[in-house]
Design a protein around this ligand. Sequence first.
Ligand SMILES: CCCCCCCC/C=C\CCCCCCCC(=O)SCCNC(=O)CCNC(=O)[C@H](O)C(C)(C)COP(=O)(O)OP(=O)(O)OC[C@H]1O[C@@H](n2cnc3c(N)ncnc32)[C@H](O)[C@@H]1OP(=O)(O)O
Length: 181
Amino acid sequence: MTTPSVDRLPAGPASSRTTPPPGAAVPEEAGPDPRLTDGVLAGYAGCFGCGEESPHGLRLRRTGHADGVVRAEYVVQRAHQGAPGLAHGGVLATAMDEMLGWAAWLLGRRYVTGRLETDFLRPVPVGATLHLRAWCRGVDGRKAYLEGEGRVGAPDGPPAVRAAGLFVEVPREHFTKERMN
Ligand SMILES: CCCCCCCC/C=C\CCCCCCCC(=O)SCCNC(=O)CCNC(=O)[C@H](O)C(C)(C)COP(=O)(O)OP(=O)(O)OC[C@H]1O[C@@H](n2cnc3c(N)ncnc32)[C@H](O)[C@@H]1OP(=O)(O)O
């Protein structure tokens, strides 16, 4: 049996639930609008994906944002291992969740993840830098369809992870009503 080249896989992992319906447009980016976050969530230091005060967090560092594509870098830490020396798949999925979330919030509305699909294409070693990108494929009412990928070592390095997600727009109260403290 031969192993198919991952580079020949289809462009994304999207299922019907993360594929925008025909006619769903990609809106002009409007954000991030500080009024959406009310100072409570913006740049939240405790965020597991990007916060500087999350001790074992991913500390994603945004490196650019142009033409509807948001970019970031993530260095795999020892605390992020699954198998010895390799990133845990759930941690890589978290990195993609964060990236797709950024791309959604840059549309200028509040979104949470409804569904996240991930393809793991290669193992990612501890110490490696994952170069991440995410973009919007379309918005349909409250639903936004996002995609992203992570490449090892360089922006055009070999792909290690790809993701597609459905994000749902929520009101500000979403972030307060269920909070336990
Ligand atoms: C996150 C805070 C960030 C703040 C940062 C501020 C600074 C900005 C900087 C940086 C950006 C942030 C980066 C963050 C990245 C990480 C994001 C996360 O991890 S978010 C946490 C995990 N996600 C949840 O906790 C959601 C839990 N789920 C819910 O609360 C509800 O289920 C919700 C809101 C998703 C939907 O509930 P309903 O009652 O409001 O609405 P219904 O009617 O059920 O769904 C609306 C539509 O969406 C579809 N839908 C919902 N879930 C779906 C699913 N799983 N699959 C397919 N479709 C789904 C439904 O079928 C419906 O579609 P039809 O309008 O009928 O066409």
